[in-house]
Structure formats: structure tokens, C-alpha cells
Write a protein that binds this ligand. Structure first.
Ligand code: SF4
Ligand code: SF4
Length: 158
């Protein structure tokens, strides 16, 4: 009698848990899929995205404010001169360290560094995720309005 009761209990639990599982999964058959065929399909990026930086090199005055405030010291700037006549030789951001905190955008007096919408950056070595925004030939550099497909998000206090 005990064995029969255990058997009936096991059958009941099997049916019950199957039913609970089906009530969760079956509705998904009638919903639209969430999957995107990335990178052919790009997800919609919210305007507040803190992705790879957008740097307007022609406005930079090489004041180093962004590099000084960076909490992980991942910005390297080399320039000839300071101010409006400065020639930026190197403006590197090491994305193996960057926190995407946007602190570097805050003190910039000319509002030339922004958090951009680009989020995909890969490399086989750490060196490959260091981007030199002064290297206009680098295909991963998004400086220049023609290469910015989304609205620039400025974190300026003004
Ligand atoms: S986002 Fe933050 S961590 Fe990245 S470069 Fe700017 S200040 Fe540094
Ligand atoms: S704070 Fe702005 S102007 Fe100064 S070095 Fe950085 S990006 Fe250039």
C-alpha cells in the first residue's frame, strides 16, 4: 500500500511540475524572438550609452585635464604646445583599463571628449584595445563627425 502511495505521489509531482514548466515556456512560442543577428543587426543604443569615446581632435587644447582626472590613468596625451595651437601627436585610451565612468568628459574646457555609442571593441592582445584617437588612419577611431552615426552624449555641466 505504501509503495502504491509513493508511486501515485511521484506521478502526481511529475505531472504537476511538467504543467508548471509548460505554462512558462508555451507562451514564448507566440512571442516575437528577441535574438538579433549581430553584427548584421545592431541593437538600438540609448542616447545615454557610455561606450567608446568620441574625440574631436581639432578642438583639443592638450590641457591634460581629462588624463589627470581619470581614476585608472588610462589616457596618454602627447602634444606639441598647449592651447589652441597645440598639435596632438598621441591621444591614447587604454580600453583594457577604462571604466567607462565618463569622468574625463566633465572637466574638458572645450567639450571635445564624449562618451559615444560604440560598444564593440575586441582584440587578441591588450595592446589591440588601446586606441589612439590622434591616428586618423585607424579605422576604429571615431573622431570626425562623418563617423559618428549617433548623437553625441555630452556630460558637460554647462
Ligand atoms: S571613462 Fe573613466 S576610466 Fe575611461 S578614460 Fe574616461 S575617466 Fe578614464
Ligand atoms: S580635457 Fe579636453 S581639451 Fe584638455 S586634453 Fe583632454 S580632451 Fe583635450
Amino acid at each position: 500500500m505504501m509503495a502504491l502511495r509513493n508511486w501515485a505521489r511521484a506521478v502526481w509531482m511529475g505531472l504537476k511540475t511538467t504543467w508548471i514548466g509548460l505554462t512558462i515556456t508555451v507562451p514564448y512560442i507566440f512571442r516575437r524572438p528577441y535574438t538579433l543577428q549581430y553584427p548584421e543587426e545592431i541593437p538600438e543604443i540609448p542616447p545615454t550609452e557610455r561606450g567608446l569615446h568620441v574625440f574631436e581632435i581639432d578642438k583639443c587644447i592638450a590641457c591634460d585635464q581629462c588624463a589627470k582626472i581619470c581614476p585608472v590613468d588610462c589616457i596618454t596625451i602627447e602634444a606639441e604646445g598647449k592651447g589652441k595651437t597645440a598639435r596632438i601627436r598621441t591621444f591614447e585610451i587604454d580600453y583594457s583599463k577604462c571604466l567607462f565612468c565618463a569622468l574625463c568628459c566633465e572637466p574638458c574646457p572645450t567639450e571635445c571628449i564624449h562618451m559615444g555609442p560604440h560598444f564593440d571593441l575586441v582584440g587578441y592582445t591588450r595592446d589591440e584595445v588601446i586606441i589612439d584617437y590622434a591616428d586618423r588612419e585607424n579605422p576604429r577611431v571615431f573622431s570626425g563627425e562623418e563617423k559618428i552615426p549617433y548623437e553625441i552624449v555630452s556630460f558637460s555641466r554647462k
